[in-house]
Ligand binder design. Structure first.
Ligand code: UDP
Ligand code: MG
Length: 335
């Protein structure tokens, strides 16, 4: 059970002190990524080989893939003891997959990275350097969105403008989940049991020293996006509704506006009824008032419903995910 006051002073500082070589965990959620994994694995190996003074473990979370993803990862885990595989019983979504990876990662720092090489492994070196300088969170910022479609660019901009207007914690725009987090940030994240997870917002909420590294975001190496519009809308809704109750306040404002308009309308109708003799018009006004009030009420009800639905799924307290297979987690990380 999470305590309301979270004291992290007893846990480790940003960078461990003492003689041991720090361990970096890289967490990669994968959903039907058979086309990219071979390349991802070799790029990760090359990246790890190019770095001295740190050890790596690679935590792959297979989010219910229907293709050969699990087979490829099992094979890789058999050959490389830094590779760990966690396989879900079904598709639970990227944010949940990342959560499971964080849960099992043992590193002194944890890096979240997409499996499709849109988050270049080479950037991790710069993140590790900044972590050694004492930063707790180093997030990758897209220096350009050239690889994204126009629709994605426009909607992303609208989304970040909205969420930053509504949310109490600032959420950096042009930032995905690609980031490095220190152990103490990870430990705080692990105490946040919420079910509708918007990880980049949750990390901002934690605080500590956070910084960014700009990088050029390439196109997906192979395969198709696993984020159709439907999933993207859900994700955006999770972001906004989990980090703000302002939409509820918006419904109060709308209600007030509608009520004041109604008052004016009532005054007008009464005046006309009492002081004029030929009062037959008004059907239009009536229709407008009814439709407007109906619309506002439905909107407010909808907003309310979204929050009630969230309360409902939180109180059920189901586990966040179901694990079907765990591979490579008992081996001690390689020295
Ligand atoms: N992903 C996942 N579960 C899902 C959807 C996506 O684990 O339900 C993973 C996917 O395999 C990839 C990452 O999340 O490693 C980002 O997905 P994708 O590249 O398809 O999203 P995009 O870059 O197009 O926004
Ligand atoms: Mg991608």
């Amino acid at each position: 059970m999470a305590t309301p006051l979270l004291d992290t002073t007893a846990t480790r500082a940003a960078v461990p002190t003492g003689g041991t070589v720090p361990l970096i965990s890289v967490v990669l959620p994968c959903f039907d990524e058979e086309d990219v994994l071979a390349e991802t694995l070799s790029r990760l190996s090359a990246m790890a080989a190019a770095q001295s003074g740190v050890r790596f473990e690679f935590v792959f979370v297979d989010d219910g893939s229907r293709d050969r993803t699990a087979a490829i990862l099992r094979d890789a885990a058999a050959r490389d003891d830094r590779i760990r595989l966690l396989r879900f019983a079904r598709n639970f979504g990227q944010q949940i997959a990342v959560t499971a990876g964080i849960e099992l990662a043992q590193g002194d720092a944890v890096v979240l990275m997409d499996a499709d090489l849109q988050d270049p492994p080479e950037v991790v070196a710069r993140m590790v350097d900044l972590w050694r300088d004492g930063f707790d969170v180093v997030y990758g910022t897209r220096s350009s969105r050239r690889a994204d479609s126009l629709v994605k660019r426009v909607t992303a901009r609208m989304f970040y403008a909205t969420i930053n207007r509504l949310s109490e914690v600032p959420i950096p725009s042009d930032t995905g989940d690609f980031r490095l987090m220190s152990r103490r940030v990870v430990d705080v994240l692990r105490q946040m049991p919420e079910r509708h997870r918007f990880i980049r917002g949750m990390v901002s909420w934690v605080g500590f020293r956070q910084t960014q590294v700009p990088y050029e975001r390439p196109e997906r190496f192979a395969g198709n996006t696993k984020y159709p519009l439907r999933k993207m809308i859900r994700f955006a809704a999770d972001g906004i509704l989990s980090f703000s109750i302002k939409p509820l306040q918006l419904s109060i404002a709308l209600g007030l506006l509608a009520a004041s308009l109604a008052l004016i309308g009532i005054g007008y109708a009464l005046f006309m009824r009492i002081f004029t003799s030929t009062w037959v018009e008004g059907w239009t006004a009536l229709m407008i008032a009814v439709l407007f009030m109906g619309g506002v009420q439905l909107l407010c009800l909808g907003i309310l419903g979204e929050y009630v639905g969230r309360i409902y799924s939180e109180v059920k307290r189901r586990p966040l995910y179901v694990i079907a297979e765990k591979l490579g987690f008992d081996e001690p990380p390689r020295e």
